[in-house]
Design a protein around this ligand. Structure first.
Ligand code: IPM
Ligand code: MG
Length: 355
């Protein structure tokens, strides 16, 4: 098949890890007779430096025209001034919103070879295999009013947590559809004992649940969910939650996998077009050294093949190659390796195991 893939490597280690994922995609294309056309675009801090905006029009246009977008990471100390008018993260939020990518899918399945890296006891990590579906274009991140005003008592700041039934319905529905393909359990996470938006969330979740009698629905308050993610993570199958809760819970969940460096994510909307990125950030402290772990980005490329291009077999091939490489002790520095592989060597180790 023919497909066009827009790359937005971004900042910090972004370019290094995206390069390895691209080489893996090229290798897969060659093995299966596909034709992937790649183009590179500015997003985040590098776009601020070059164009004065975190999401240049040309990047957005290229993303819209592509079948999928593969993103590295955005941000870094250079752009961290809290007074700054433009911030790299705005580029990420703006592209999610402009492309209508309302569902962020973050699978967490710790690799047995990395279990020793988790700060949790091995028995707490054993059998963990769940996916978090985080609402991505609503809630506190985008609600209005938002901003700061001066009052006689000093400054006042406001953010607004708002959800409509329609926004909740589409994300919860996606969670149920995913659960049908998995272990048929949806955990809807909210704060319905306090928040009105959560009470609406819960009502809609129950309504949607009736359309999926084969899937069990449970509700969990976000604070106790945070706890159970550490004490009983193997219980979960599909977790669905609003934007901010999902942001926090997915960083917490990443600890189960032993390293942030190995986890992928997909941001999906109503069409085939999706945005794929590792869940780690730009890691400015190790940028440019060729030591970053490319696995999270390579697994994001696998998700790209699965969700945007419908290439399930090829996606599994990449996941299989990553598993094999990790099992055989091919590890980058973040995985506490004695003789760590470089970013490029890790990418090569994965490509050699495609089969
Ligand atoms: C994430 C990140 C972003 C978010 C930041 C960089 C804006 O933390 O993708 O989880 O909060 O959504
Ligand atoms: Mg986050």
């Amino acid at each position: 098949m023919k497909a066009s893939i827009a790359l937005t490597p971004g900042d910090g280690i972004g370019p290094e890890v995206v390069q390895e994922a691209r080489l893996v995609l090229e290798a897969v294309a060659q093995r299966h007779g596909h034709e992937f056309k790649f183009s590179e675009h500015l997003l985040g801090g590098c776009a601020i430096d070059a164009r004065g905006t975190a999401l240049p029009d040309e990047t957005l246009a290229a993303a819209r025209a592509a079948d999928a977008v593969l993103l590295g990471a955005v941000g870094g100390p250079k752009w961290d001034d809290p007074q700054a008018k433009v911030r790299p993260e705005q580029g990420l939020l703006a592209i999610r919103q402009a492309l209508g990518l309302y569902a962020n899918v973050r699978p967490v399945r710790p690799h047995p070879a990395l279990a020793r890296l988790s700060p949790l006891k091995p028995e707490r990590v054993a059998g963990v295999d769940f996916v978090v579906i985080r609402e991505l274009t609503g809630g506190l991140y985008f609600g209005t009013p938002k901003g700061r005003t001066m009052t006689p008592e000093g400054e006042r700041a406001v953010d607004t947590l708002v959800y409509t039934e329609g926004e909740i319905r589409r994300i919860v529905k996606l969670a149920f559809q995913m659960a049908q393909q998995r272990r048929q359990l949806v955990t809807s996470v909210d704060k319905a004992n306090v928040l009105e938006s959560s009470r609406l969330w819960r009502k809609v979740a129950i309504e949607i649940g009736k359309l999926f009698p084969d899937v069990k629905l449970e509700h969990q308050l976000v604070d106790s969910c945070a706890m159970r993610l550490i004490t009983h993570a193997a219980h979960f199958d599909v977790i669905v939650t609003e934007n901010m809760f999902g942001d926090i819970l997915t960083d917490e969940a990443a600890v189960l996998a032993g390293s942030l460096g190995v986890l992928p994510s997909a941001s999906l909307g109503g069409s085939r077009l999706g945005l794929y990125e590792p869940i780690h950030g730009s890691a400015p402290d190790i940028a440019g050294r060729g030591s970053a772990n490319p696995v999270g980005t390579i697994l994001s490329a696998a998700m790209l093949l699965r969700h945007s291009l419908g290439l399930e077999k090829e996606a599994r091939e990449i996941e299989g190659a990553v598993n094999l490489a990790l099992e055989e002790g091919k590890h980058t520095a973040d995985l506490d390796a004695k003789n760590p592989l470089s970013t490029a060597q890790m990418g090569e180790a994965v490509r050699e195991r495609l089969a």
